[in-house]
Design a protein around this ligand. Structure first.
Ligand SMILES: Cc1cc2nc3c(=O)[nH]c(=O)nc-3n(C[C@H](O)[C@H](O)[C@H](O)COP(=O)(O)OP(=O)(O)OC[C@H]3O[C@@H](n4cnc5c(N)ncnc54)[C@H](O)[C@@H]3O)c2cc1C
Length: 853
């Protein structure tokens, strides 16, 4: 990797900045675990942990309040690779810190930690293909370059506590404490302590302060479920099993039981509530009523259920020095807290255990290509990467199970992602939401603590669809991390291989063109010797087709896109040359519609371009549209064209492009108030595939696309399909002649179809040719023209399809024309290559519309 590839893993390069393969921010539980995963699974990678503090542990180094401990079992809160070896599952903070120290030592991670290194800013540069981190260290700002970033900064602000919104708090003259900043020397012997809050911290403080303090009162606005758990896993039979095995079993058992209880509580909330109330009543033994103090308004696991190890919290209440008050604080005076119900609770010490101030990414500014990333606006890919942020995972553990389980799922996913990029020789991966309007936002963390509610705006969002769904459970997430689909929703930039290969590929084009020029004059002879041999009509087309065949078979989709103007750019060039006005519509979800002609025209032809879902529409398309419009106008036909610019592969995969095509039709019908029979479709090759998908969707709504119903009896005016790609074959019958008369090559099908399907199964929307005949019975379209060139590779498939379409839709509704000696999508591509002779297919299409309109 970096160290090996360019020899400056730990040295200084790039103008004094250090280069590291993976930078992990934060040496808390998440950062340490990620470091272990990187160093064991990616031994060739250089990595460093940058830690703002002077020690490891994060939370477990910072929090010092009395009794601080884990509130979930430590078999699952500890690391999978260093299972907790003691019998008590709930572990004091000091022991957690020792365990973390021992783990770091065991795995020899400390040498890779830079303490007192606070990351101020992380900026991704697409040009440099990496991150530059501005790091505050020793009073200076240093710069570090990294290829990949793992953000293990936890979820709260280390320096600023959450301001407690308590009336009159400033009046208080006693000692006011936030648990995050506990004064180590605080003496609370015989002091009256009031704790405001009802979360895990308050529930821990009560039993731990009660023996020393004069009194401890927990004031809660709303109660929490508090469950007593025996704090030992030792059983009478434990001596039969070796200790290490016993604790591994404990880990598995806790993972399973934790999940099971969570699911049961969610499924049977009433019963769970009743059990928890009974549990509290039994342990309270009458010292306090369950109502209202132990009767939360919400269901178990709407918020985290608090654990009381060996029932310590209930013991403290029964001991007489601790109590709970439930009510709203009216005012805080200089020595007491007044509740709205009139109760006054005296206090020498007031602890505001009201939550933490949420901060994602440790407060460091995040920028991508100079633009600040507003994390709250973004979706989270697989619970691990932020939408539109390349090469960075953000570790957020579980809230309904041990944090570390979720942290490990992200660490393992990161490792797999890096391996995946390496295998493809790719530089970067970026999570992209192809169609945000298709996603329903959900909370990332399925809990509703007050401080999480407050901070929703700062948190990334989840959605209702994979891979943007919130984390579900450890096993599902670990499976997903290790074996699940990793490319869904990820846009990989051109790999290093593709970048290096591009000039060679480009250089091969003039050579291919030159050879075609030399051999071109002999093509007629070739055909004479073998009548099956297809050849281009002119030398110009022969050279052009040869180059195009080379492009589609030699260039990857990303390489093609890197050297061709996008459909939108091509439209802009065209209107600029013709002196036309730009009438572009944002269709949402990354798609655009470009008007040509009078957009107020009565009729509109929605054109969905082809190019294997991989290539944009080229200038030949716009030349064709220009001619089409002027001929229509000359014939007195009132029609405009609406060209759809959809997301290409691999940025978008099926059914994104279909959804975008449907949204074009929805826009025309709903926003421009046109009747369906004034709306026509045109599509070529992969665009033909999409047109058929849209027509199918009208009759059989695609399960992942919002249904679009036409009014009863309404039909789309007509559709023309030039060389439609009607089934996504990747294997073609063996050819005994060279495809000299066509411009596509069998080799492109695999990467284009594969890129579009991205592992999904083919269906009637992707493979219209394979749909049963009755599929077409209800498809609402008046007439369809199918065209093909008899020299094109897809000819036999199109021939087969049109026969099926005639049988399904009706003989009288389908017209079929074969352009003799014509290539794939010849009406556009011949124009692109400068051949102005009208194709049979193009001519027929114009006749078709002249008759229809
Ligand atoms: C008191 C308390 C108890 C908890 N108990 C449990 C529990 O029992 N079970 C459970 O599942 N969860 C628990 N949690 C929640 C969570 O699991 C823990 O906070 C967990 O330790 C988080 O680990 P982490 O490594 O992700 O983050 P942290 O422990 O917060 O560590 C983050 C590290 O990143 C560093 N950092 C932050 N910003 C920067 C920056 N800009 N540059 C460099 N370094 C930076 C910090 O200094 C820190 O060392 C608890 C949380 C708290 C606050």
């Amino acid at each position: 990797m970096n160290g090996h590839a360019n020899g400056h893993a730990n040295g200084f390069a790039n103008g004094g900045a250090e280069n590291i393969d993976v930078v992990i921010i934060g040496a808390g539980i998440s950062g340490i675990n990620a470091a272990y995963r990187v160093q064991t699974k990616l031994p060739d990678y250089s990595y460093k942990i940058l830690e703002a503090r002077g020690d490891i542990g994060g939370t477990w180094d910072l929090f010092k309040y009395p009794g601080i401990r884990s509130d979930s079992d430590f078999y699952t809160f500890g690391f999978e690779w260093n299972t907790w070896q003691k019998d008590h599952p709930i572990v004091p903070g000091s022991e957690i810190k020792e365990y973390l120290d021992q783990s770091v030592k065991k795995a020899d991670i400390r040498r890779n930690i830079r303490f007192h290194h606070k990351v101020l800013r992380s900026e991704w540069s697409s040009e440099k293909k990496g991150w530059t981190l501005a790091v505050e260290a020793d009073g200076h700002t240093r710069y570090i370059h990294a290829r990949f970033l793992i953000v293990g900064t936890g979820y709260y602000d280390y320096n600023n506590p959450l301001k407690a919104n308590i009336p009159g708090l400033d009046n208080f003259k006693g000692t006011l404490i936030h648990p995050q900043f506990w004064p180590e020397k605080l003496d609370y012997t015989n002091k009256k302590v009031v704790i405001i809050g009802s979360g895990a911290t308050a529930v821990t403080l009560v039993p731990n302060m009660a023996p020393t303090a004069a009194s401890v009162t927990m004031i809660q606005r709303s109660p929490t479920y508090i469950y007593s758990l025996p704090n030992s896993t030792r059983r009478w039979w434990s001596f039969l099993i070796p200790s290490f095995l016993q604790h591994k079993i404990s880990r598995l058992a806790f993972i399973f039981l934790q999940r099971l209880t969570y699911l049961l509580c969610r499924k049977y909330p009433r019963q769970a509530k009743a059990i928890l109330r009974m549990h509290s009543r039994r342990l309270l033994k009458g010292v306090l009523p369950v109502d209202p103090h132990f009767n939360p308004k919400y269901n178990p696991w709407d918020q985290r259920v608090c654990i009381a190890p060996d029932g310590d919290f209930y013991d403290a209440l029964r001991g007489g020095k601790a109590t709970v008050k439930t009510g709203i604080i009216k005012n805080v005076t200089e020595n007491a807290v007044e509740l709205e119900n009139g109760e006054v609770i005296e206090a020498d010490i007031l602890v505001t255990a009201t939550g933490l101030r949420i901060s994602i990414a440790g407060g460091a500014e995040l920028k991508v290509d100079g633009e600040k990333v507003d994390i709250g606006d973004k979706f989270m890919w697989n619970g691990s990467m932020i939408q539109d942020v390349p090469n960075a995972t953000v570790i957020l553990g579980y809230t309904n199970a041990s944090w570390t389980l979720g942290a490990d799922a992200t660490a393992l996913l990161t490792v797999r992602l890096l391996k995946y990029l390496d295998r493809r020789n790719a530089v970067a991966a970026v999570p992209r939401v192809a169609d945000p309007s298709a996603l329903t936002p959900k909370r990332l963390m399925d809990l509703s603590s007050t401080y999480l509610d407050v901070a929703q705006r700062l948190m990334p969002k989840a959605a209702d669809q994979y891979p943007w769904k919130p984390r579900s459970s450890y096993y599902v997430d670990i499976w997903q991390a290790m074996f699940g689909r990793i490319d869904e929703g990820l846009e990989s930039r051109m790999s290093i291989g593709e970048i290096l290969d591009l000039p060679i590929a480009l250089l091969s084009l003039p050579i291919v063109g030159f050879l075609a020029l030399l051999t071109g004059p002999f093509r007629a002879r070739k055909q004479k010797l073998n009548p099956q041999q297809t050849v281009a009509r002119t030398l110009l087309l022969h050279v052009g087709y040869s180059i195009l065949r080379r492009v589609v078979s030699r260039f990857s989709p990303l390489q093609i896109q890197s050297v061709s103007p996008s459909t939108t750019a091509e439209y802009k060039i065209y209107i600029w040359k013709k002196g036309l006005k730009d009438h572009t519509v944002d269709l949402g979800g990354g798609a655009k519609g470009h008007w040509l002609g009078n957009k107020e025209a009565k009729n509109v032809l929605i054109w969905i371009h082809g190019g294997g879902f991989a290539c944009p529409a080229n200038r030949g398309y716009f030349a064709f549209f220009g001619k089409f419009l002027s001929e229509m106008q000359a014939a007195g036909k009132d029609i405009a064209i609406f060209v759809v610019a959809y997301t290409l592969i691999p940025a978008g995969t099926y059914p994104t492009q279909l959804r975008q095509s449907v949204s074009a039709l929805r826009y025309i019908l709903k926003n421009t108030n046109r009747k369906a029979d004034n709306v026509y479709f045109g599509g070529d090759s992969a665009g033909g595939n999409l047109v058929l998908g849209v027509l199918s969707h009208l009759a059989h709504p695609h399960p992942e696309i919002e249904a679009l119903k036409l009014a009863n009896g309404e039909e789309i005016g007509g559709a023309t399909l030039f060389s439609p790609w009607t089934s996504l074959e990747t294997v073609f019958p063996p050819q005994d002649t060279e495809p000299l008369g066509d411009l596509i090559h069998p080799l492109c099908a695999k990467s284009w179809a594969g890129g579009y399907l991205a592992g999904r199964a083919r269906d009637n929307y992707t493979d219209a040719r394979l749909a049963p005949l009755d599929w077409w019975h209800s498809v609402p379209v008046k007439k369809v023209l199918v065209t093909a060139g008899n020299y094109e590779l897809l000819y036999p498939f199109i021939d087969d399809f049109q026969a099926k379409l005639k049988a399904g839709l009706g003989e009288d509704k389908v017209e079929y024309v074969v352009g003799q000696g014509e290539a794939h999508v010849a009406p556009m591509f011949n124009l692109m290559l400068g051949d102005k002779v009208e194709t049979e297919q193009g001519k027929k299409a114009k006749e078709f519309f002249r008759e229809l309109i």
